[in-house]
Design a protein around this ligand. Structure first.
Ligand code: GLV
Ligand code: GLV
Length: 320
């Protein structure tokens, strides 16, 4: 029997499926990522790896992985994996595109709305024993309907976000590495250079994959172009936004607020300055976290491993 290593405790349904065909070793913790030491040891002996975005599958890991044929990650983003090195070694890498698109767009819009209308701040206010005096400007936020949303990264999730924005009568600008005229016609969205998008949008939503080329795409200068009333939403990856610059822009009220599901360092350290600001809504990277979607993703990860180790084509390979 071929061997696979699973880097996090999975639901029984997924384990059952995989254990019919493979000898499984699994990190038995649900809430703690596998340690580097354990991963480096376990990887030596296996043909398949079922991993999380919290696992760094870098040169050091791959050098240990002499039998490895497939790395299957439970995420659409794969910036934690050295895919060039994997490819050179003939290892197939698979991810989970498509199946988390709508769920992640839902969360992006939820975060946008929560940030705009200060939902978390207002809830904390009430729970701290306050109600306020219903004074006219108390806990006032920004309108969503009819506002301009600027989407940076028009992939599947970007498109799904457009459909939500259209339901709120929003004007949609987008920026993407390559312009997509067919989408402009289909959705009635308008292409903009990044600078223009930052200047004109009430909401700037980041939905592009992380790569070194987009490191700190949003820094001091970019934030200074945004409206004072604008809101930044990042449900893509930490590292796209310079958090130090963002902190200062928020603190100095150069922009209105930010909603963040992803951070430069995850978990974000509890003493991080961003966590001291009232105008920031923070989530622990839960974009795709619905019961149904996470189960679908896990099945897709398993099916990719099954296919590759049986000599068939992977369903959703990462292409270099
Ligand atoms: C989550 O961030 C993912 O890449 O799927
Ligand atoms: C992810 O699925 C994307 O292409 O946006």
């Amino acid at each position: 029997m071929k061997k696979i290593y699973i880097t996090r405790k999975l639901p029984a349904e997924i384990i059952d499926k995989l254990s019919k065909q493979f000898k499984i070793t699994m990190w038995e913790e649900e809430n703690i990522p596998v340690s580097r030491e354990v991963l480096l040891n376990e990887i030596k002996d296996v043909e398949g790896l079922f991993c999380m975005l919290t696992d760094s599958i870098d040169k050091e890991v791959l050098d240990q992985a002499q039998k490895l044929k497939v790395i299957s990650t439970l995420a659409v983003g794969y910036n934690n994996i050295d895919i060039k090195k994997a490819k050179n070694r003939g290892i197939t890498v698979t991810n989970t595109p498509g199946v988390l698109t709508e769920t992640t767009a839902d969360l992006t819009f939820a975060l946008l709305m929560a940030t705009a209308r200060r939902v978390v701040e207002a809830s904390d206010f009430l729970r701290s024993g306050e109600w306020g005096a219903w004074s006219p400007m108390e806990l006032t936020g920004q309108d969503i309907y009819g506002a301009t949303i600027g989407i940076v990264g028009m992939g599947r999730i970007g498109e799904a976000l457009v459909r939500r924005a259209k339901g709120f009568d929003m004007k949609v600008l987008y920026h993407n590495r390559t312009r997509k005229p067919e989408k402009e016609a289909e959705f009635g969205v308008q292409y903009a250079e990044l600078k223009e998008l930052l200047q004109q949008s009430d909401y700037v939503c980041l939905l592009l994959p992380y790569s070194p080329e987009v490191h700190y795409l949003i820094g001091k200068e970019e934030l200074s172009l945004m409206k004072k009333t604008a809101i930044l939403i990042n449900t893509a990856r930490g590292g796209i936004v310079n958090e130090d610059a963002l902190y200062h822009a928020l603190k100095n009220r150069e922009i209105w607020a930010a909603g963040l599901d992803v951070f430069e360092q995850e978990p974000i350290p509890l003493d991080h300055p961003l966590l001291t600001l009232p105008n920031v809504v923070t989530l622990p990277h839960i974009g795709s976290a619905s019961v149904k979607t996470r189960m679908t993703m896990a099945h897709l990860v398993a099916d990719n491993i099954i296919n590759v180790l049986n000599g068939e084509e992977p369903i959703t390979p990462v292409k270099l």
